[in-house]
Design a protein around this ligand. Structure first.
Ligand code: FES
Length: 94
């Protein structure tokens, strides 16, 4: 059977999500922690709706009762100079 990637960032397949739900995951946070779906670069912007729909379907709950997972802001490397003020800002950008 062909693998269907639901979360492309973390390469989480439909089968892995179904197994996690079958093993007892009933919330988006549990699915996120068990499979890493939604923890990728896009932070679930691409996959969250599909994962929520799957969770609703497999648990028999209405989609409106499925709470989204908690999010953290993405971390990006920044030059240390961006944390200083005044003339040093200009130096950091060059
Ligand atoms: S596709 Fe799932 S975190 Fe980006």
């Amino acid at each position: 059977m062909e693998e269907i990637f639901i979360c492309r960032c973390e390469e989480v397949t439909r089968k892995e999500l179904e197994e996690a739900i079958r093993d007892g995951a009933v919330t988006m946070n549990e699915l996120k922690r068990w499979t890493r779906a939604g923890m990728g670069l896009c932070q679930g912007k691409t996959c969250a709706k599909a994962v929520m729909a799957m969770l609703a379907e497999k648990t028999g709950k209405p989609l409106s009762e499925i709470q989204p997972a908690t999010y953290r802001n993405p971390v990006r490397p920044m030059p240390i100079g961006c944390m200083t003020k005044g003339d040093q800002d200009d130096d950091a950008r060059s």
